[in-house]
Design a protein around this ligand. Structure first.
Ligand code: SF4
Ligand code: SF4
Length: 110
């Protein structure tokens, strides 16, 4: 069974702590329409990471686009995303670290 809170905690420690959008109180400063994909799509992100075994980030990104970005309201029908192209999506900007955080968490329970 997936323990999403465990992954959330690991991502907050590894990713959000370095993120430019983390508030001074340690919480994400984005809310409403700007809420980060890390918060909105955590379950799907964990599934994506678990579905890939590769040393290449591009293999993970491919699945992220297919299973998460495809359902995100910010992605246009042609597959482009303005937030992504302007490096304004925290999930996309730090995706390598997100993958690391989830895989490190999995290693702990092996
Ligand atoms: S924007 Fe995303 S990565 Fe950055 S602090 Fe908020 S939830 Fe974390
Ligand atoms: S890159 Fe764009 S489409 Fe993908 S999660 Fe971020 S905002 Fe949504």
């Amino acid at each position: 069974m997936k323990d999403l809170e465990r992954y959330r905690k690991a991502i907050r420690a590894k990713v959000c702590n370095r993120c430019i959008d983390q508030g001074e109180d340690g919480c994400c400063s984005l809310s409403g329409d700007q809420r980060c994909g890390v918060e909105l799509y955590l379950e799907k992100i964990v599934d994506v990471v678990h579905s890939v075994r590769s040393k290449k980030l591009k293999d993970y990104v491919e699945q992220l686009r297919k299973h998460v970005c495809s359902d995100c309201k910010n992605q246009n029908p042609d597959g482009t995303c303005q937030l992504r192209s302007e490096a304004d999506c925290g999930l996309d900007r730090y995706f390598a670290l997100v993958v690391e955080a989830i895989e490190e968490e999995d290693q702990k329970t092996k």
